[in-house]
Design a protein. Structure first.
Length: 648
């Protein structure tokens, strides 16, 4: 009962090239199978060995203690993530680039491991001088500049718990997050560059601080140089504090289960949750996933386009990369400034080897046209990654062909803020790729697909709820300040098992395909359909750039299907096109998935992390008022325009 039906047939399979496979860290399927088996059957041995590659001030006594829903990893162990990101490399990689920075206006900076270590130690001393102690919360509200990574690492170094708030958030979203975490210090900038304009971060901070009481000090990085008011006693310039700070600051030995950071989820399905990660498990898991999934080689240049305000920016811009001694590239600005070639020009300029981005960006690149990437030399690229939403097969193929030039494997990585690291993906040197399928579980991860009663769905390609059977090192430990919500949200539906909130199916080869959020599943004449497959069928039509499908109450069918679509440039909305799109879905999937209504619009409502917010579209489709948390919505005007869009 209550399974999700899987409808779209997509059967193309792609293999990593022999050249890639030859050099890959893991390139034998047998090796993956053996390690995977060991990681489940002997987690102590497996994770103990991985953890042993990092530096510990004191070894752990026990790898895991699991009293659902509470997990403890590396019990009794003491370590520091900043030490593992920096100090550990000074001897062998001191002069290697840790961070390559490209500012939106075109300025650039390089920080070697030794320079980054020095900046972090100094800023850690600054935080101490402002009274920050182990366990205190520090909110970071900065642009994508090296100081964001420096601030994060400095907090971690002294055991303060950071809460990074994306620089695109408004004053009120910032105030909510400061209040929720009861942060003592706020680190911000005068402003940040975005699409040729300046984001007024200090002004937003001042507005937020009018509604918060916990902040005692504000540190302001001078980035744009614009005039900003500074409140005496409360506000301090970063460069002034740094000028006198000592560069000696030993890393604080932290208990493996000491809180590391709080990060709020994207808010796609409701009010954002303040996810808490702890030190040991998060460090070990992000270290290992980065190494194998991105197949990191010593001289690689790695570029992830995510902002540090998202979990991807934490795990796969900063911590996973630096723990591996890699070179990570940070880009401050918009992908279309000064023009639509910016990302490709950065790849050419720095000879980037690994690119990690999101489907929303890929669909925008497609919309802008292949002529942009074609202008640049992308031959340095070896591996591509995707994260954030299901990648529609059409977008996957474009990414593979135009950006990867059919040479680069793609890792479609499924994970969540809560999981801390990548959970399901192919390993690039081992697994054939199936567009639309994320792939296989990573080491230590045991996913299952269940129906709503918790029974495993065993038939291949039958959809259900995606759960994770066992604890993994970087799983969230709680929702900050709300242990009850932690249990209710993740462990009550299937007691003792982690519920992801996503629907998925598994094929005969054990590959997982994410079908969309279970909150968004449609119920059409008794058939339960995920959103992803119908959207993928729409996106496969040459006129369509993006699609979002939602249900609307229907007296006969239970739910009718309403599809919101945006068009590629050169295509115009018309009743004929709407009819054609309906017929196209019927052809690709079947009559069951025929949209009752197509709404052609110029933009879809998205979270600031770039995910489609279907819950708002559901309300628009039903002609209801917009309710629920919209604090993470990117552009409120989109909702008004959607309401005005004419149905076909
Ligand atoms: P909230 O939990 O507040 O509703 P959110 O779930 O969007 O927001 P994130 O933690 O940023 O917050 O996103 C995790 C979700 O993103 C996953 O549950 C999944 O739905 C989606 N996702 C991430 N990567 C992939 C992927 N490779 N394929 C399919 N879906 C993905
Ligand atoms: Mg979520």
């Amino acid at each position: 009962m209550e399974k999700i039906e899987a409808v779209l047939k997509e059967e193309r399979v792609f293999y990593p090239s022999e050249a890639f496979r030859q050099k890959a860290r893991i390139n034998q399927l047998q090796e993956y199978e053996t390690l995977y088996k060991e990681s489940l059957e002997q987690p102590e041995a497996f994770w103990g060995r991985v953890a042993g590659e990092l530096h510990w001030f004191q070894p752990w006594q026990k790898v895991l203690e699991w009293n659902p829903p509470n997990a403890k990893w590396f019990i009794g162990g003491k370590l520091n993530l900043s030490y593992n990101c920096l100090d550990r490399h000074l001897e062998t990689r001191g002069n290697k680039a840790a961070i390559l920075f490209e500012g939106e206006p075109g300025d650039s900076r390089i920080l070697t491991y030794q320079q980054l270590h020095r900046e972090v130690c100094k800023f850690a001393n600054v935080l101490k001088s402002l009274g920050v102690q182990k366990g205190d919360r520090v909110t970071i509200y900065l642009p994508m500049i090296p100081e964001a990574a420096i601030a994060m690492l400095a907090c971690v170094r002294i055991g303060a718990v950071h809460s990074v708030v994306f620089g695109g958030f408004s004053a009120s979203a910032l105030a909510d997050r400061i209040n929720d975490a009861q942060a003592k210090v706020l680190i911000t900038a005068d402003g940040g560059y975005r699409r040729g304009g300046v984001v007024p971060l200090k002004a937003n901070s001042d507005e937020a601080l009018a509604d918060t009481k916990s902040i005692q000090h504000v540190v302001v990085v001078k980035r744009t140089g614009q005039e900003v008011p500074m409140q005496a006693g409360r506000d301090h310039w970063y460069h002034e504090l740094m000028a006198d700070a000592s560069a000696v600051c030993p890393a604080e030995p932290m208990d493996a289960e000491d809180p590391l950071f709080i990060l709020y989820t994207s808010g796609s399905t409701g009010k954002p949750k303040g996810v808490l990660h702890t030190t040991g498990g998060y460090s070990v898991y992000t270290y290992l996933t980065t190494r194998y999934i991105f197949d990191l080689q010593e001289n690689d240049t790695y570029f992830c386009t995510a902002d540090v305000g998202w979990i991807t920016g934490h795990s796969y811009v900063v911590y996973g990369l630096l723990q591996n001694g890699a070179t990570t590239l940070m880009y401050e600005g918009a992908p279309n400034f000064p023009n639509e070639g910016r990302i490709w020009s950065i790849i050419e300029k720095y000879r980037v080897n690994i690119l990690y981005t999101a489907p929303t960006a890929i669909r925008a690149f497609m919309k802008w046209g292949e002529e942009w990437p074609r202008k640049y030399n992308l031959e340095s690229l070896r591996l591509l990654g995707s994260v954030g939403e299901p990648i529609n097969p059409e977008a996957w193929l474009w990414y593979y062909r135009v950006i990867g030039q059919e040479r680069c494997p793609i890792v479609d990585t499924w994970w969540q803020t809560e999981t801390g690291g990548i959970m399901i993906t192919t390993l690039p040197g081992v697994h054939p790729m199936k567009p639309g399928h994320a792939g296989k579980p990573f080491f230590g991860v045991k996913p299952e697909i269940v129906d709503s009663s918790g029974q495993a769905v065993t038939n291949p390609d039958e959809g259900g709820h995606l759960i994770i059977e066992r604890p993994w090192p970087s799983m969230l430990r709680t929702v900050w300040g709300d242990p009850e919500r932690f249990e209710r949200q993740y462990f009550s539906q299937y007691p003792g098992r982690y519920f992801t909130g996503d629907g998925a199916k598994r094929d005969a080869d054990g590959y997982y395909m994410i079908l969309g959020r279970v909150d968004d599943v449609l119920n059409v004449s008794g058939h339960r359909l995920g959103t992803m497959e119908i959207e993928s069928a729409l996106v496969a039509h040459p006129a369509v750039a993006e699609a979002a499908v939602v249900g609307r109450p229907d007296p006969i069918k239970g739910e009718g299907i309403v599809a919101f679509v945006t068009l590629k440039s050169g295509h115009n909305p018309s009743p004929e096109l709407a009819q054609e799109l309906k017929a196209h879905v019927v052809k690709m999937i079947g009559a069951i998935a025929r949209p009752d209504e197509i709404r052609i619009t110029d933009a879809l409502p998205k979270t600031r992390s770039g995910k489609i917010m279907r819950r708002l579209l559901r309300q628009v489709a039903a002609g209801e008022e917009i309710k629920g948390d919209t604090s993470t919505l990117e552009d409120r005007a989109v909702v008004e325009r959607l309401k005005a869009s004419s149905p076909h």
